[in-house]
Design a protein around this ligand. Structure first.
Ligand code: PEP
Ligand code: MG
Length: 890
């Protein structure tokens, strides 16, 4: 029989697939002997079974009964009993943390009778009724689907301006009655008095919350598959709201925002867990907690050290103090900002808790990218509105918007926005995704806004308490300064500053380090920045030492090549020569296309020659000593001609005026002749080379002449010629003959030895499948994964993202666009086949990739695994690819 339920004493931190992250870590803490309230976890497998059938397996119900009985026996109390009742929390917990996205119900087991038992056991009637009130509110919203506003509104009118803490037991009893009535009114049923029914319904609600729209949006963003399901953790309740000797908090073993070493946390006296995360009151810092309750806080510090040593990483911990007794309710290896990730990894190496290899595995290319983002110019003038907490770093500027819908709407118009809220709740998720930054007036660094923003790398300033936010009037004010919807503001997530108007940005210290070296970057850095830059340098250097994959850049100008080389590129993997035919050179290629006789075409081609040669001279000089893969012309010729519709209008108008131009008519005829319905599948790449005599020859001659000239001047020029869009070995065979011929001609003319590698792109399924034949003609392959993805899926790379990818992502056809991260199962298989067949024929075949995937952090690992020699990506991505190639090798 399947085991659907595990007590916390079974399982460990490595069973996240089955128990979810929270359940696995609760089990681990229990095994370590830390003070965790007892309980049990219902597995993700049970969730999947429930979601598939719409009803829980009957064996699950039996297993829950047995687990509940064990829990009751252990504690000597019964769920929802009239005397000293056991109450439980019912919490979600998926394999990957999804903070605030799914449901939680606390105080399950309270009813009209057990409330009295709780009052007596706690010797606090007010507390018991407050707990019952909270259960009704949470259960009503989460399980019965009542709009939370309904309860909030009733509660506000009952409070009549008083604070929660000023309400008496009688007030709260009154609130309970009103809430029960509201449930009947809005959910069409009574609140279930049977504790077990409460438990079962809460469990199902948590299962169901896996599929709420906000959970799906979150998963799509974080690339979490939709089919994992969530576990449910049922845990004996402990109370942080039992008066001033109780409280609840969240702490971190290091600062997750900056990476500063030393513990850090928030504590809220006399409160339940959700109050901290919701950011309703601004909590105390840990050193204030030390003064308030030295015993508990000392125990907490001991537990933090223990957990950090055990996990050998930054941990975050949720805890509750119930009348002076500390309980740990959750821990996990904590989410952190990119800067914190690098600093902490290096610190842990220094503390000899992890090796450099492990440190490298703890940082990601995604995080690295974020560190390269620009920052506000510290020297520029600015108008400070207020300062909040630095919750998630970055420099974000945009127009102020005051709700999620407005954020989505403005962003869709291409306007960067800052979402300004009193506090955020999970329903703001879409707005947070759309916004460049998030600013809240309330809540600590562990509030929902902060946690979610950090998780998705969004800049965030929270707890800017001076800021009076009015979402109805859509404006905010702090002291004398105010701003309204549409006004420009800027927030600095590294300092918490909020500015009015525009503030210019400058390069980040990490970009400066990458472009200008360690010394320059350190020369202007404060201590924290210097620690970060040193950490980046150390991990990147280590990545360079361990990686097998070389990293080249896609570049087609001298400037790009120079930048790429400075960023560590070890050559050029793709020079798209068509980029050299744009701008004012378009006229030259136009002449080639319009030529009517061989002579005319030769003249036109000969005019292109010096221009191309100059291009290659520059590129090969910048990359002296390193390989430069030059790809012969790829796009369809009509791309170099004017737009057909524009031209038709122009010619028609001219005819009307009786001024028709021969040139335009000729152009139009050429455009008509070259028009294709599917140009991406049409006359391009090698096909052009075969159909337009002299075109590829001209390019090869330019390369050969440039190389001969440079070599004569002592420059180590190392070009490689690459033929695009080959589908058959014969195509390559024919073009190869031409290339060899031209190179030999130039060599003879110049009286030098001249050979260089000739290879092809593999970007059509047929090329991959016939790689053994093609390898006979090619010294190297470079996978063009953009076209290979397009042709394998049959998706037009220019159209589909807008047309239907959103639906596909939503329906779980894929979790990320296959144009962004390589589809390993499909396209990847073709690459594996090509590698195997190509190397089978030619063991020294050199292999690389130059599609966009070459710079994608996830895909780099695949290219390492299948044995490519290098990846090639845009210059900006080179450092990321170096880091990921290192991570792939450990
Ligand atoms: C490719 O198809 O992956 C490629 C690199 O070529 P292009 O993007 O220029 O078609
Ligand atoms: Mg291509």
């Amino acid at each position: 029989m399947t085991d659907w339920v595990f007590d916390f004493v079974h399982g460990d931190k490595d069973s996240k697939d089955l128990l979810g992250g929270k359940g696995a870590n609760l089990a681990e803490m229990t095994r370590l002997g830390l003070p965790v309230p007892p309980g049990f976890t219902i597995t993700t497998e049970a969730c999947r079974a429930y979601l598939a059938d719409g009803v829980e397996p009957s064996a699950l119900r039996v297993q829950v009964t047995m687990a509940l009985r064990r829990l009751e026996n252990q504690l000597g109390r019964r769920l929802g009993d009239v005397v000293d009742p056991l109450l439980v929390s019912v919490r979600s917990g998926a394999k990957f943390s999804m903070p605030g996205m799914m449901e939680t119900v606390l105080n399950v087991g309270l009813n009209d009778y057990s409330v009295a038992g709780l009052a007596e056991a706690a010797n606090d009637e007010r507390f018991a009724w407050d707990s019952y009130r909270r259960l009704l509110q949470m259960f009503g919203r989460t399980v019965l689907g009542v709009d939370p506003e309904v309860f909030d509104h009733a509660f506000s009118s009952l409070k009549d301006g008083r604070a929660d803490t000023d309400l008496s037991a009688d007030d709260l009893r009154e609130a309970v009655q009103r809430f029960k009535d509201l449930i009947v009114e809005h959910a069409d049923r009574e609140f279930p008095q049977d504790p077990r029914e409460q438990l079962d319904m809460s469990m199902r609600a948590v299962f169901d919350s896996w599929n709420t729209p906000r959970a799906r949006i979150y998963r799509r963003r974080e690339r979490i598959p939709h089919d994992l399901g969530t576990a449910v953790n049922v845990c004996a309740m402990v109370f942080g709201n039992l008066g001033e000797t109780s409280g609840t908090g969240v702490c971190f073993t290091r600062d997750p925002a900056s990476g500063r070493s030393g513990v850090y946390g928030d504590y809220l006296p006399n409160a339940q867990g959700e109050d901290v995360v919701a950011g309703i009151r601004t909590p105390l810092a840990l050193d204030e907690f030390d003064k308030l309750d030295p015993t508990s806080s000392q125990q907490l510090r001991t537990a933090m050290r223990r957990l950090e040593t055990h996990y050998r990483d930054l941990c975050d911990i949720e805890f509750t103090v119930e009348r002076g007794k500390l309980w740990l309710l959750q821990t996990r290896v904590g989410k952190r900002t990119p800067a914190a990730a690098f600093r902490i990894a290096a610190q842990l190496v220094d503390e000899q808790l992890i090796t450099l290899d492990e440190a490298l595995s703890r940082v990601t290319g995604q995080q690295f990218v974020q560190l390269m983002f620009p920052q506000f110019d510290p020297k520029a003038p600015r108008e400070l509105v207020t300062t909040g907490l630095a919750a998630s770093p970055g420099a974000a500027a945009g127009r102020a918007v005051f709700d999620s819908a407005a954020a989505v709407e403005w962003a869709a118009r291409g306007e960067p926005v800052i979402l300004v809220r009193r506090e955020t709740n999970p329903d703001d998720l879409e707005g947070m995704i759309a916004a460049a930054g998030v600013l809240t007036a309330r809540g600590g660094k562990t509030s929902h806004a902060a946690v979610v923003a950090r998780g998705m790398g969004r800049t965030c300033v929270c707890g800017a308490e001076e800021l009076d936010v009015d979402p109805v009037a859509r404006k905010a004010r702090a002291g004398q300064l105010s701003f309204a919807e549409g006004d420009r503001i800027a927030i600095d997530g590294s300092t918490g500053a909020v500015f009015l108007g525009e503030v210019p940005v400058v390069d980040s210290p990490v970009s400066r380090y990458l472009a200008e070296g360690l010394e320059v970057a350190l020369s202007e850095a404060d201590d924290e920045t210097a620690e970060l830059v040193r950490a980046v340098d150390r991990l990147l250097t280590h990545a360079d030492e361990v990686r097998r994959l070389k990293v080249r850049a896609n570049a087609d100008s001298g400037e790009d090549a120079r930048r790429a080389r400075a960023l560590g590129a070890e050559g050029i993997g793709l020079c798209r020569t068509e980029h050299m035919f744009l701008g004012d050179r378009r006229g030259l290629i136009e002449k080639v296309i319009l030529a009517e006789t061989a002579d005319e075409r030769d003249t036109a081609l000969s005019m292109l020659l010096p221009v191309q040669r100059a291009d290659f001279l520059e590129l090969l000089t910048e990359m002296a000593g390193l390989p430069v893969t030059i790809r012969l012309l790829d796009p369809p010729l009509h791309e170099f001609l004017p737009d057909r519709a524009d031209l038709l209008v122009k010619v028609a108008r001219a005819e009307e005026r009786g001024e028709s131009s021969a040139v335009d008519s000729k152009l139009l005829a050429a455009v008509e002749r070259l028009h294709e319905s599917n140009p991406m599948l049409g006359l391009r790449g090698v096909r052009l080379g075969l159909v337009v005599p002299g075109l590829f020859k001209l390019q090869v001659r330019a390369v050969a002449e440039a190389t001969a000239e440079l070599r004569a001047n002592g420059v180590d020029a190392r070009p490689e010629i690459m033929v695009p869009l080959v589908g058959s070995a014969m195509e390559l065979h024919l073009i190869r003959q031409e290339i060899v011929e031209v190179v030999a001609e130039v060599a003879a003319e110049q009286g030098v030895e001249l050979t260089f590698p000739i290879g092809t792109m593999i970007e059509l399924p047929r090329a991959a499948l016939t790689a053994d034949r093609i390898a006979e003609e090619a010294e190297f392959f470079s996978f063009g994964t953009n076209d290979l993805t397009q042709t394998t899926w049959g998706f037009s790379r220019d159209d589909v993202e807008a047309a239907f990818f959103a639906t596909y992502l939503d329906k779980g056809v894929f979790t990320v666009s296959p144009f962004e991260t390589l589809d390993e199962i499909g396209v990847g298989q073709l690459i594996e086949i090509a590698v195997e067949r190509g190397r089978g024929k030619r063991p020294d075949l050199h292999l690389g990739v130059c599609g966009e995937h070459g710079g994608d952090p996830v895909s780099v690992h695949f290219f390492h695994r299948v044995g490519l020699d290098y990846v090639s990506c845009s210059p900006f991505r080179v450092p990321v690819a170096r880091l990921e190639a290192g991570r792939a090798a450990i």
